[in-house]
Design a binder for this molecule. Structure first.
Ligand SMILES: NC(=O)c1ccc[n+]([C@@H]2O[C@H](COP(=O)([O-])OP(=O)(O)OC[C@H]3O[C@@H](n4cnc5c(N)ncnc54)[C@H](O)[C@@H]3O)[C@@H](O)[C@H]2O)c1
Ligand SMILES: N[C@@H](CCC=O)C(=O)O
Length: 710
C-alpha cells in the first residue's frame, strides 16, 4: 500500500495566526508550569545529547559540555559530537532520503511542521522554554517570545508561504497547451548552521529548507545544543522521516568543511556572525568546480543597529525613545542581532534623553534566569564575557568616552555584565562601529542642524545594515529621515525599537555585511530553497503535431505556391502547413508527397522544368514570402562559407541538365542556410548523412546560424 496520500482534493491550510503569548503573571497557571519544568530540568541534572543520523541516535563518545551561563558550574548537557566520518554518513543518508521526502504530497509534508508547532505550543512549551532559559540565559519573557511563540510562528507561517509559492503558476496557456511550474527541492543537501541566541532560529534553519522538500544537515550552536535537540525531537515526534534532517552537533570547522567539500552540497542556510559567513562563502567559492549545482548561499549575520532621534521630538517623544532604547539595547543582554548598540541624539534633546535613560536604567535588576523577577541575565559564555568586557574597558580608559550607567561585570558565578550606557564625543569610537553583541549601548550627540549628515554617517560608519529606528514627530521629518536612511537597514522602525520582529508581521533580515537579506519569516526565504522546473505540455495529437511547425502567416502562401505547379495536398498533410521559407525542408520530410507527383524521389528529380515554375514558387524556394516586395529573414543574414557553395558542391543531383536542378543550384546557398533549421525539424532525413553536413566549415556555420535563430 502506498504511504502517500493520493491527490483527491485540494486541502485548505488551517487559518494561520501568530501564536498567542502567555503573560506569566504571578499566580498564573503558565508560570507554575514553567517553574515546574525548570525544577524538573535542574533536578534531572546534565542531559546526554546524541548525534542523530538516519534516525539512529549515535553516542560517539567524543563529548563537549554546554554550560548554564547563569551558573557556569552547572552543565546543561553533554553532547556527543559528529566528526568527518559521521558527517559523511549523514550526507549519504540525507541524499538517500531526499527522493521519498520530496515526493511526499505537500499536505503530508506540511502536516509534520503544523503538528510540530502544536506539540511545541502545548505539550513541550515549558520544557523547551526551560532549556532555553537554563542553556541560553533567557528570562521568561525572552524565552516565551523566542522558544515558544516565534518557533511556532516560523513552522506555521512557513507552511502558508510555501502554499502561496506553490500556487504561483503561469497565468496563461495557449490553446492546446498546459503550462506549469513545479518547485523542485535543490539537487543535493542543505547545510544548516544556527547561532546560540534564538531557539526559534535554530528550529527554522533546518525546517525552512526541509519544508520545501530538501534534506538538511543541521549543525547547532555549541551554546544551544540542548534546546535545539528538544526541537529536533519534536520534529521527529511530529512525523519527520529519518534522514530528512540530520542532527550533527560538533566541531564547526570539521563538520562544515566536510559538508562544503561534498559534490552534493547544494545550499548553506546560515545564521551567525558576519566573519564566519564570509569565511564559509570564500571556502565555498573556492570549491565551485566540485559541485553538481551552484549552491544557494543564505546568511543572516551581524549588526550594528541604531536609534536616531530627530530634533523635532517633544519631551514625551524623547522619553518614549529612551524607553525603547532600554528595551532594544538590554533585552536578552543585547544578544539579539537586532539589538540597539549606537544612538544618535540631537544636542537640544540630550539632557532629557540622558535623564530618562539613567532613571530607567536604575530600575534594571540582574540575576539568574530562574529567579523570575530579573530583566537582565547572563551573557552566553566566557568568550562573550571577555569580549564584551574589553569594550567596557575601552570606554573606561578612553578620554572621549564616559560610562553614564552600568559598566561593571562579574563572572564569579555566571557571566554577568551590567547593562552599560556609554556617552562618547567621538562618533567613530570603537563601540560605535564594531558589533559587541552584549548589553552595551553608546550615545553620541549631533548638532541639531546636522540631521542629514548624521543619517549619512549612520550608513557610512559600519559595514552592517541590519536594523535601525527613527524617532520623529512630524510626518515631514519621518519621510525625510526614512528616505535618507533607506539603505542603512533591512528592518527599519519608526517610533519603535529596532528589535522584536514578529513572523508574519515584519519579515526579518539585513543587507550589506548583515546578510543576504532573504528575510526569515517570509516567502522570500523559502524560494531560495527551490529550483523551479517549467513544464509545457502540448495536448495536440502527435501525428498532427509533427506537421505543425510553420508560422501560420505563411500557410496560405505555401498552399498557393505548391498548388500552382501541380503539387497538391489535402488539409492534413504537412505541406499545407509548411512555411514558404521551409518548403524544401517539408519536401525532404515527406518525400512520398512529392513522389506522388511523379517528379522527385530520394536522389533524382524528373520532369520539372524551370519554365513551368511560377514566380511565387521560385520566391518561396528562395526562402522568401510570396507576397510583398521587401522582407527580412534572419538566417539569410549569414552567408555560408564559400567552400560549401562552389560549383563542385558535393550536393550533386544525378540529373544535372534538368532545369529544376539549375534552380536548386542557383539556390544552393539558400538551401545550406535552410538546412540548419530543416535538420532540427527533420533530423532523420537521409540527406543529412551527406559528408557536407559533417564538414567542419559547415558545423561552424551551423553554430553561428543557430545563434542567430535563438
Ligand atoms: N541577522 C540575523 O538574523 C541574526 C540572528 C541571530 C544571530 N545573528 C548573529 O549571530 C552572531 C551571534 O551568534 P553566534 O555567536 O552563535 O555566532 P557564530 O558565528 O559564532 O556561530 C554561529 C554558528 O556558526 C558556527 N561556526 C563557528 N565557526 C565556524 C566555522 N569556522 N565554520 C563553520 N561554522 C562555524 C557555530 O558553531 C554556530 O553554529 C552575531 O553576530 C549576531 O549578530 C544574526
Ligand atoms: N528577529 C529578532 C532578532 C533575531 C536575531 O537575533 C528581532 O527582530 O529582534
Amino acid at each position: 500500500m502506498s504511504s502517500a496520500t493520493p491527490s483527491l482534493a485540494h486541502f485548505k491550510l488551517p487559518v494561520i495566526e501568530n501564536e498567542p503569548m502567555m503573560a506569566y503573571a504571578k499566580g498564573s497557571a503558565e508560570r507554575a508550569k514553567l517553574k515546574q519544568a525548570l525544577d524538573d530540568m535542574i533536578a534531572q541534572g546534565t542531559q546526554e545529547v546524541p548525534v542523530v543520523i538516519n534516525g539512529e541516535k549515535i553516542y560517539s563518545g567524543k563529548t563537549e559540555k554546554q554550560f548554564n551561563p547563569s551558573n557556569h558550574k552547572s552543565v546543561v548537557c553533554n553532547y556527543h559530537q559528529a566528526d568527518a566520518a559521521l558527517t559523511e554518513k549523514a550526507i549519504q543518508g540525507a541524499v538517500a532520503a531526499q527522493a521519498q521526502w520530496e515526493a511526499l504530497p505537500f499536505n503530508d509534508r506540511i502536516a509534520v511542521f503544523l503538528k510540530a508547532a502544536d506539540l511545541l505550543s502545548q505539550k513541550y512549551r515549558y520544557k523547551v522554554m526551560a532549556a532555553t532559559m537554563l542553556g541560553q540565559g533567557k528570562n521568561i519573557w525572552q524565552a516565551e517570545i523566542d522558544a515558544a511563540a516565534e518557533l511556532c510562528d516560523f513552522w506555521r507561517f512557513n507552511c502558508k508561504y510555501a502554499e502561496e509559492i506553490y500556487h504561483q503558476q503561469p497565468p496563461k496557456n495557449a490553446p492546446g497547451n498546459w503550462n506549469r511550474v513545479e518547485y523542485r527541492a535543490l539537487e543535493g543537501f542543505v547545510l544548516g548552521i544556527s547561532p546560540f541566541n534564538f531557539t526559534a532560529i535554530g528550529g527554522n534553519i533546518p525546517s525552512a529548507p526541509a519544508l520545501m522538500g530538501n534534506v538538511v544537515l543541521w549543525k547547532p550552536s555549541p551554546s544551544a545544543v540542548y534546546s535545539n535537540y528538544l526541537v529536533y525531537e519534536i520534529l521527529v515526534e511530529a512525523g519527520l522521516p529519518a534522514g530528512v534532517i540530520q542532527f550533527v552537533p560538533g566541531p564547526a570547522e570539521e563538520i562544515c568543511s566536510t559538508a562544503i567539500n561534498h559534490p552534493k552540497f547544494a545550499s548553506l542556510h546560515f545564521t551567525g556572525s558576519t566573519k564566519v559567513f564570509k569565511k564559509l562563502w570564500t571556502d565555498i567559492g573556492q570549491n565551485m568546480d566540485k559541485y553538481v549545482t551552484y549552491p544557494r548561499l543564505v546568511g543572516e549575520t551581524g549588526g550594528k543597529n541604531y536609534h536616531i532621534l530627530h530634533p523635532d521630538l517633544d519631551k514625551a517623544g524623547v522619553h518614549h525613545a529612551a524607553l525603547q532604547t532600554i528595551r532594544a539595547a538590554f533585552e536578552y543582554q543585547g544578544q539579539k542581532c537586532s539589538a540597539c548598540s549606537r544612538c544618535y541624539v540631537p544636542k537640544s534633546l540630550y539632557e532629557d534623553f540622558k535623564a530618562s535613560i539613567t532613571k530607567e536604567h536604575a530600575k534594571i535588576s540582574q540575576g539568574a534566569v530562574q529567579e523570575f523577577q530579573h530583566f537582565s541575565g547572563p551573557v552566553i559564555n566566557k568568550f562573550a564575557f571577555d569580549k564584551i568586557k574589553s569594550y567596557i574597558d575601552h570606554a573606561h580608559s578612553n578620554a572621549d568616552c564616559e560610562i553614564i550607567a552600568g559598566g561593571k561585570y562579574d563572572d564569579s558565578v555566571g557571566y554577568f555584565i551590567q547593562p552599560t550606557v556609554i556617552y562618547s564625543k567621538d562618533n567613530m569610537t570603537k563601540t560605535m562601529v564594531e558589533e559587541i553583541f552584549g548589553p552595551v549601548v553608546t550615545i553620541v550627540v549631533y548638532d541639531d542642524d546636522k540631521f542629514d549628515e548624521t543619517c549619512k554617517l549612520i550608513g557610512d560608519s559600519t559595514e552592517y545594515a541590519l536594523t535601525g529606528a527613527l524617532f520623529a514627530r512630524s510626518r515631514e521629518s519621518i519621510v525625510h529621515g526614512s528616505n535618507l536612511l533607506r539603505q542603512t537597514s533591512g528592518n527599519f522602525y519608526i517610533n519603535d525599537k529596532c528589535t522584536g520582529a514578529v513572523v508574519g508581521q515584519q519579515p526579518f533580515g539585513g543587507a550589506r555585511g548583515s546578510g543576504t537579506n532573504d528575510k526569515a519569516g517570509s516567502w522570500t526565504l523559502l524560494v531560495r530553497f527551490v529550483s523551479m522546473r517549467t513544464i509545457k505540455e502540448n495536448f495536440i495529437k502527435p501525428p498532427r503535431q509533427a506537421q505543425e511547425w510553420s508560422y501560420s502567416s505563411h500557410r496560405e502562401s505555401i498552399g498557393k505556391t505548391l498548388s500552382s505547379p501541380g503539387i497538391r495536398s489535402n488539409k492534413n498533410t504537412h505541406i499545407n502547413y509548411g512555411s514558404s521559407a521551409r518548403m524544401a525542408g517539408n519536401v525532404c520530410a515527406n518525400v512520398d508527397q512529392i513522389r506522388r507527383q511523379g517528379r522527385w524521389n530520394n536522389t533524382a528529380i524528373n520532369g520539372a522544368y524551370l519554365t513551368n515554375l511560377p514566380r511565387e514558387l521560385v520566391r518561396s524556394m528562395a526562402g522568401f514570402p510570396t507576397y510583398g516586395r521587401f522582407f527580412y529573414i534572419a538566417r539569410a543574414a549569414l552567408n555560408p562559407p564559400t567552400s560549401l557553395c562552389t560549383p563542385d558542391d558535393p550536393i550533386q543531383p544525378n540529373v544535372t541538365e534538368n532545369a529544376f536542378v539549375q534552380v536548386i543550384m542557383m539556390f544552393r546557398e539558400t538551401f545550406i542556410q535552410d538546412s540548419v533549421l530543416m535538420m532540427e525539424l527533420h533530423p532523420c532525413y537521409p540527406i543529412w548523412q551527406h559528408s557536407i553536413f559533417s564538414d567542419p566549415a559547415y558545423l561552424s556555420f551551423k553554430r553561428d546560424m543557430l545563434q542567430i535563430e535563438a
